[in-house]
Design a protein around this ligand. Structure first.
Ligand code: ATP
Length: 633
């Protein structure tokens, strides 16, 4: 989510400008009277602790002291216990004062000598003055109480009733990053597509720009808007651009940044963020990944206290807004299904803006936006790239352009060509190319495996068109067969899905046909085919025997749910589901096998072409087998 466009965010700490652009002292660095008192106490205690009983006069040997006394160079002495401090008549080694210690044996000569030399003598009791003794006894307690006061203040947080100023402990401070309007460099012009979302947020922009207009007429503006969409569809970008269009400060934070190990810290951070936002209102707060705090609360289990308190605080703050406070909260999630219903109640996040994966037209626009600053060669066909990037999010497309630019720079080119974009696309979709680690026999088996997928796809009537087949290992795969739909699809017909299962199992079927055995290389194909078949049977009502019922397994749809709900069907039905899934998979495997057996010669042709070229395109396949005649769904 974070990329260069979002990075100019600055920590509030570092960028504490007033809304009019001026600077004000950072409130985090102000110390309240209690802070000063505590710091003074600690300082005093430490100094006393370190210095107590120490004299600043240099220590001299007793013999040297006696020598100076005999020479008449001692002006005065103070005797306390076995310690003697005093002053010289004239300085010795640049010192005018001294300290020395009585030897353990009694020195009977000392007092007569002092008298003889006419030295001023003061004898003091060995005992410390009472106030010093009290202080010594109290020191450790003072230290403990001082530290305790500071820690408890830090936990309570300023807005939780503490004194102004946050003190030295700032971990209850909100971690929200504040971007002033002049720091936000993203406008609605930089966002391609998403016209519905932009339209929905238009009213918010208007409100943030002219809150008084709305207030005058008594209109209620939504306090919170929930942006829902898969990762990378531009939720953060849109929130930021909304703040830019409205010309207001932008606070951004992710849900997980609130929650810490200590209960109460998250709630403090929420309070702090809202307080800061109110100070600079009108303002926009953006909470990314709200699901990490806004998950449905459960009655069971322990360990959710911190999350719940944080969520409660967010709700309380949102309830607490009054009409004069032009603070709008945008929150983003890609898991709306797990959100606590309290969040979506009226007066909270009651408006929803849905951001879908971009369709072909929008993909083209996003590619255009991101290629603005990248010099493109003449041969670049962005429309073709848009057609071949079904399922890509805005972030994937931005990444694709960047990868292509990197490849072009690595090749020493000054412009990005179509081949760079194609290579970048393969890298984004399939992962980085790997050095071939396959033996000749394994390579041949892989060629047949991929040829099996490709040939089944070629012959299945409802399959998507073939785009590319390769036996170059990429990411985790040893080879790949790529198909692209003619148009973006939002729903899939039953025949199309059955053909997909057959194609997924086409690789394994080819191995069976050619080698009379299967290999472990088809594990992923099996996984995908089984999952698809299960969806068809349990969720999409595509099974005669089970009928038009949904048997969605709760754990399936809420994988992060801490406490899975009970499945609401019997063991007998569960067995039937398993049976029907198995039937669906094996029937389509049989179809794939039959197709390959019927066109065995074509299978050999494709495998041979793959072994020769490693990667073949749709045009190569058409040259080998002729154009596909059966209508594609
Ligand atoms: P996440 O759910 O992972 O937080 P997100 O939905 O917040 O993702 P963003 O972080 O806003 O996605 O998008 C990432 C990047 O993708 C953007 O910075 C931008 O470069 C690009 N992008 C996404 N959608 C668009 C779009 N509609 N137009 C232009 N660029 C886009």
């Amino acid at each position: 989510m974070t990329n260069s466009e979002q990075s100019p965010n600055q920590q509030l700490k570092q960028n504490n400008k007033t809304p009019d652009g001026g600077s004000s002292p950072d409130p985090r660095l102000r110390f309240g009277p209690l802070d000063v008192f505590i710091m003074g106490l600690l300082f005093f205690s430490l100094i006393n602790f370190a210095n107590f009983g120490q004299s600043s006069s240099p220590e001299v040997p007793y013999s040297q002291f006696k020598q100076q006394l005999r020479e008449g160079n001692i002006a005065s002495v103070v005797i306390r216990g076995d310690r003697i401090t005093g002053n010289f008549e004239s300085s010795v080694n640049d010192a005018i004062a001294f300290t020395t210690t009585f030897p353990p044996l009694e020195d009977r000569d000392l007092f007569p000598l002092l008298e003889e030399q006419d030295v001023e003598v003061v004898v003091r009791s060995d005992e410390q003055p009472t106030w010093v003794l009290i202080l010594i006894n109290l020191l450790p307690w003072m230290l403990i109480i001082g530290l305790f006061l500071m820690a408890s203040r830090a936990l309570r947080g300023k807005a939780g009733g503490g004194l102004p100023g946050g003190g030295m402990f700032s971990f209850t401070r909100s971690k929200a990053r504040l971007s002033q309007k002049e720091d936000i460099k993203v406008s609605y012009d930089d966002i391609a597509g998403l016209s519905h979302a932009k339209q929905d947020l238009g009213e918010i922009i208007d409100f943030l720009k002219h809150p008084e207009k709305f207030r005058a007429i008594g209109a209620h503006i939504p306090k919170g808007i929930l942006m829902i969409g898969p990762p990378g569809t531009g939720k953060t970008l849109l929130a930021k651009a909304t703040a830019f269009e409205a010309g207001v400060p932008f606070f951004s934070i992710t849900g997980s940044e609130f929650v810490e190990m200590f209960v109460g810290v998250g709630a403090s951070r929420v309070r702090d963020m809202f307080t800061e936002a109110r100070k600079v209102a009108p303002a926009l707060i953006f909470i990314d990944e709200i699901d990490s705090v806004g998950r449905a609360r459960s009655n069971i289990g322990i360990g959710n206290d911190e999350r719940e308190q944080t969520l409660n605080q967010i709700l309380a703050e949102m309830d607490g807004f009054n009409a004069d406070e032009a603070v709008v909260v945008l929150a983003a999630t890609n898991r709306p299904d797990i959100l606590d219903t309290a969040l979506t109640r009226p007066g909270r996040f009651d408006r929803k803006v849905v951001l879908d994966l971009p369709q072909r037209e929008a993909r083209l626009d996003i590619l255009k936006v991101h290629s603005r600053k990248v010099p493109m060669a003449e041969d670049v066909d962005l429309d073709q790239i848009a057609a071949g990037t079904v399922g890509f999010s805005g972030a994937d497309l931005a990444n694709l352009i960047n990868e292509a630019a990197l490849l072009a720079a690595r090749d020493g080119n000054t412009t990005v060509g179509n081949s760079h974009l194609e290579r970048a696309r393969d890298k984004v979709v399939l992962g980085e190319k790997r050095e071939s680690i396959l033996s000749t026999a394994e390579k041949q088996r892989t060629a047949y495996h991929e040829a099996g997928h490709a040939l089944t796809a070629y012959h299945m009537p409802h399959a998507d068109a073939l785009r590319k087949v390769s036996i170059i290992p990429r990411g985790m795969a040893l080879g790949y067969t790529e198909q692209t739909p003619k148009e973006d699809k939002t729903s899939y017909g039953q025949h199309y899905l059955e053909d997909r299962i057959a194609i997924m199992l086409g690789g394994r079927s080819a191995e069976k046909l050619v080698y009379d055995e299967v290999s472990s290389g088809a594990a992923n194909d099996l996984q995908q085919a089984t999952r698809l078949a299960r969806h068809m049977v349990t969720e999409w009502g595509m099974n005669e025997k089970l009928g038009a019922l949904s048997f969605e397994h709760p754990e399936q749809s809420y994988p992060n749910q801490e406490f899975p709900l009970h499945k609401d069907y019997s063991e007998h039905t569960a067995e039937m589901i398993d049976e029907e899934v198995r039937k669906l998979v094996s029937e389509n495997e049989a179809r794939a096998l039959a197709t390959l057996r019927e066109h065995r010669q074509q299978l050999d042709q494709i495998a041979a072409a793959l072994l020769e070229k490693e990667t073949i395109s749709d045009t190569d396949i058409e040259a080998l087998l002729g154009p596909k005649t059966k209508a594609s769904a």
